[in-house]
Structures are given as structure tokens and as C-alpha cells.
Design a protein around this ligand. Structure first.
Ligand code: NAD
Length: 347
């Protein structure tokens, strides 16, 4: 993005500077809070509208607030004293959710609108926004053998209805808060993220978690068949959660990336059929596949072009899918078994 602003160097983040993370009862932000805690940061404020007992991860030592950040007054409270703000709160889910609940997805515009203003007023030095590959032009994603998407492919704009447009508009807020108000903003376009401590059932889960759960449930019930959404040929790349939180940290502390959307995703492209085969291998089974052609399936193919991130950060998400899936499968199996025994399934 063209900007006339001079980038002033700010002081390095101190371990007792206040870091605010929204959406922290959910998957990525919960893992992000844990990541910063591990890095030795002592003042982390985690926020989510979900009741605390529903959070996937609650790290001791992290201030956990149950607040709705689509409301302006709550955003002011949340951002008080913040040095860095990571806004990951959004009403979202996998294809089953974002194709069906486009209005809910669009409404997340309120979250970023109020959070970025509150962060700016509070004098936060850095503001991170979690955008999505759904912001990319959908006409470029109509073939499973897709060309990987590079950052400039968001324009001319034809984002995913609802969810994708909200992300694109919120990206624009981030760019203008830098251009007009001088707050350093950072925008990552995540490509499917998966891993432990995320949604694995209930309708908002994404393909890796949904397929793990279906395989586990089939084995448990002694069934030999599985229902797959779509025809199995759609392709995607999947980024392991550890790469995602590391990438968020690197992006937010790189001044070259101010107000500049960047892909944060794996470039290991697989079809849904290949993804399922990998999960079956982990589970030690082979199931007959039935395809539900009426189910939501999204674009035909999508992959992350990592040329830019490699050039700027000298790094890209690199956890092999087999390795990340093994950890995810293990965690979902534990949750499944706990639930069966009537135990609580979140920590
Ligand atoms: P998630 O659903 O697990 O977490 C989002 C959290 O935000 C939820 O816990 C939800 O309760 C909370 N939230 C929603 N509205 C809120 C509000 N008004 N006030 C406070 N909290 C609110 O989702 P996630 O996978 O952790 O995604 C985090 C961010 O990353 C989102 O912005 C999402 O759009 C983006 N993203 C995720 C993926 C992915 O593959 N998981 C891909 C692209 C982008």
C-alpha cells in the first residue's frame, strides 16, 4: 500500500507490557495467549464473549474477560493500557457455517470497527487483524488445480460472500488507521488453520477436525463407511496452529509489513480425499466413502503463494501435514472419549 508515513522505530515490547487478545476463548487466539505466556510475557488480557467454561484454553496467569467486543464500550475497557492488540474475535466457522450464516459473518465488521478505534485511542503501538484467504477473488479459485493465491489477487475484489467481504473491509480499516492516524497495523490472511484446542463438532468445525471426528466416531460405532462433504476433489492447504501463532508474532513485529496484507498459510496443497486418506492412515483404518454433493463445499481450490512471506520473513509455515494431523487426531480422540464418559471437553 502507498503511504507517505515515516516509520518510526518503537521500543521493543517489554515482558510486562500489556498484550490484549480478542477471540481468546476460540481456537487461534487461545493458542496465541498460551504462546505469549510461554515467551515470558506477564500481562496478557484474553477476551471472548463466550462464558469462561466454554473456552478451549484458559492459561493460568492470563487475565480472562468475558465481554462482547462488538460493543464500543467494551472495546474501550478491553484496550485500556494496551501496548499491543491482537483482534481475532469473529463470528465464524467452516464452510457449513460461513455459507449459511452470511449476515452473522458480516456483523463481525462491528468488532474490528470498534476494536481498532479503541486500540488507537488507548495508544496501542501495534494492532493485528486476522484476515482470511476468503478475501481473495473467488473467480481465481474455480479449479482444484489452482494457481496459488498471491497477495495482489484480492483485487479486483470478488471476495467470498459475507465472510470474505467483511475481512476485506476490515483490512481497509487497518490500512487507513495507519495512513491517517499512524497506528501500526498488521494484517495476515490465514489459510485454513487446524490443530488441537479448536472446534471439532457443533457445525463450525473445518474439514480436518470434521474428518478426524467422523473417522473416530465410525471406528467407535464399528461402522465401515464415512460421509464426505462434496465430491472429495476440492483442494486446500492447511496450516498447523503452531506455525500460525509463530507467524502472527513475526508479522506483527516486522515494520516492513505495516498495513500490508500477507498470506499466512501452508503451501502444501491436498484434496479432501487425500486429507481423509492421511487421517485414515493415522487411525489405522480404511472406510468406504459416501459423497454428499448437496453439502456446502466452497471454492474448488485454494492454495497460499508464499513468495512474499519467504522474501520478507525468510520463513513460511512448515509443519508437515502428516505431523500436524497426528497431533490433532490425538487431541480430538481424547475429547471424543471424555465426552462419551460424560466429562467436560474443554480445559
Ligand atoms: P474461533 O471461532 O475458534 O474463535 C473466534 C472466537 O471469537 C470465538 O471464541 C468467539 O466466541 C469469539 N467472538 C465472536 N464474536 C465475538 C464478540 N463479539 N466478542 C468477543 N468474542 C467474540 O475461530 P478461529 O479459528 O480461532 O479464528 C480466529 C480468527 O482467525 C477469526 O478472525 C477468523 O475469521 C480468522 N481465520 C481463521 C481461519 C481458520 O482456519 N481457523 C482461517 C482464516 C481466518
Amino acid at each position: 500500500m502507498q503511504t507517505k508515513r515515516l516509520v518510526e522505530k518503537d521500543a521493543p515490547l517489554k515482558k510486562d507490557d500489556l498484550i490484549v487478545i480478542t477471540g481468546a476463548g476460540g481456537f487461534i487466539a487461545g493458542n496465541l495467549a498460551k504462546y505469549f505466556l510461554k515467551q515470558g510475557f506477564t500481562r496478557i488480557r484474553a477476551v471472548d464473549k463466550k462464558p469462561l467454561y466454554e473456552w478451549y484454553l484458559r492459561s493460568p496467569g492470563v487475565e480472562s474477560l468475558c465481554l462482547d467486543v462488538s460493543q464500543e464500550k467494551n472495546c474501550r475497557r478491553v484496550c485500556e493500557g494496551a501496548v499491543e492488540v491482537y483482534n481475532l474475535a469473529a463470528d465464524m466457522g467452516g464452510m457449513g457455517f460461513i455459507e449459511r450464516f452470511r449476515i452473522e459473518c458480516l456483523r463481525s465488521i462491528l468488532i474490528n470497527t470498534h476494536m481498532i478505534e479503541a486500540a488507537c485511542r488507548a495508544g496501542a503501538r501495534r494492532y493485528f487483524f486476522s484476515s482470511s484467504a476468503c478475501a481473495y477473488n473467488t473467480t481465481l479459485q474455480q479449479d482444484p488445480n489452482v494457481r496459488a493465491l498471491k497477495e495482489s489477487d484480492a483485487y479486483p475484489a470478488m471476495a467470498e460472500r459475507g465472510y470474505g467481504w467483511e475481512k476485506l473491509m476490515s483490512e481497509m480499516f487497518c490500512q487507513e488507521y495507519w495512513a491517517e492516524r499512524g497506528m501500526k497495523t498488521f494484517i495476515a490472511r490465514f489459510h485454513n488453520v487446524y490443530g488441537p484446542h479448536g472446534t471439532w463438532d457443533g457445525g463450525r468445525e473445518k474439514a480436518p477436525a470434521a474428518l478426524c471426528r467422523k473417522v473416530i466416531a465410525a471406528l467407535d460405532a464399528g461402522q465401515k463407511e464415512i460421509m464426505v462433504w462434496g465430491d472429495g476433489t476440492a483442494t486446500r492447504s492447511f496450516m498447523f496452529i503452531d506455525d500460525c501463532v509463530k507467524g502472527i508474532d513475526m508479522i506483527t513485529h516486522c515494520d516492513e509489513l505495516i498495513a500490508t496484507p500477507i498470506n499466512l498459510g501452508s503451501s502444501e496443497l491436498v484434496s479432501v480425499n487425500e486429507l481423509l486418506s492421511k487421517i485414515e492412515k493415522i487411525a489405522g483404518t480404511k472406510l468406504k466413502r459416501n459423497y454428499d454433493l448437496t453439502a456446502p463445499r466452497g471454492v474448488a481450490g485454494r492454495n497460499s503463494d508464499n513468495t512474499f512471506i519467504k522474501q520478507i520473513l525468510g520463513w513460511e509455515p512448515n509443519t508437515p501435514l502428516d505431523q500436524g494431523l497426528a497431533a490433532t487426531y490425538k487431541w480430538i480422540k481424547e475429547q471424543y472419549e471424555k465426552r462419551k464418559q460424560g466429562k467436560r471437553v474443554v480445559e
